[in-house]
Design a protein around this ligand. Sequence first.
Ligand code: S3P
Length: 437
Amino acid sequence: MSERLDWTASPAAGPLRGEITVPGDKSISHRAIMLSALAEGTSRIKGFLEGEDTRATARIFGQMGVRIEAPSPGERIVHGVGLRGLRMPKGVLDCGNSGTAIRLLCGVLAGQTFDTTLMGDESLCRRPMRRVTEPLARMGANIEAADAGVPPLHVCGGQRLHGIDYVSPIASAQVKSAVLLAGLYADGETTVTEPRPTRDHTERMLAALGWPTAFGPGRARLSGGHTLHAIDIEVPADFSSAAFFIVAASIVPGSELVLRNVGMNPRRTGLLHVLRAMGANIVEEDRREAGGEPVADLVVRHALLRGIEVPTEHVADMIDEFPALFVAAACAEGVTTIRGAGELRVKESDRIAVMATGLRALGIRIEETPDGAAIEGGTLHGGAVESHGDHRIAMAFAVAGSVADSPITIRDCANVATSFPGFVELANTCGLTVYRT
Ligand code: S3P
């Protein structure tokens, strides 16, 4: 992103009220494009996230000859080309800010007959890729990275892939998905075992498109040689985007906010367990299934929060929600301790360091550890913080502004468009006061 954009978040004038629907799930939107592109037939996607990350994925498949229509915002019609129907693209494939796009694409592209080059923005070019290139190499793939194991990545086509039994050292849905997607092209069986269960959207969607896939918490298995069949995919609202409003309604006195159609995959909703243990008042209504994923409406009311030790078993299930949790912890009574979350250091920014620096600048006492932090609840003051171009950091501090005693300036917010276009507008409709400066 070349555009520089700052926000000011002012104290909320009153309680948060109303009913909102946040944009479509980012993880599911990426997978919907990828798998429907590789399917036989035409798929219709509804609720597609119109974010920069997911549009980058759609553009990349367009570059490889997949016709994707966008009849209206949030809708895509994907004319699948089948597993072997992608064509050699002209030029490099630009994944922008998206770790999901680049890592999952490594799996798909490892199985093609042609060479490709994947690149991304400054943030993505600092992120570790050996976690995918290493298991893919064991499957017979040939992917060259820069010396530090970061993008750009050159994926050499024409390799014969074979299935592996991969015991992953990292709890990462991106690693698991890359290996499974390469497994579609591999001879024999591919199995992934994880140290902790991670989001299973890839497995669910593969099964929904008719690929025999066996999976359960922490384990997934499939064999090459089948066919994906087009289906209609309904993408639920993104729990990770809802998280900012769940925390905001919990901390602003008098609030009662309804969030509609929120994706409730148990591998995504760890934050609910943790906030409830802190005293939050969050009610799930009308639990149902949409597009093979559980969804519900959430009613969030203000509550007094108290600090807790975050159980490590929830960490992977809320890995994207820590910036929001840091803010909840800053507003809670007592200390919140986070451990086992070292992965936060290799996200779009080092989220432990960036949240700690920002909260400290706003008057909160916080101790950083290599894999977490201890945050002492207190009074949030106004001030200026850096998001380091990280969308979730920017939105977390916008929420912090709602309860600060004077406005917070948040620098470098343009990347919010990667996951949550329209955040500022939606925030203002329900009682937050955020404006671009
Ligand atoms: C994602 C997996 C997670 C998450 C990311 C999206 C996915 O990353 O942080 O925002 O869509 O598979 P890791 O697999 O690196 O944990």
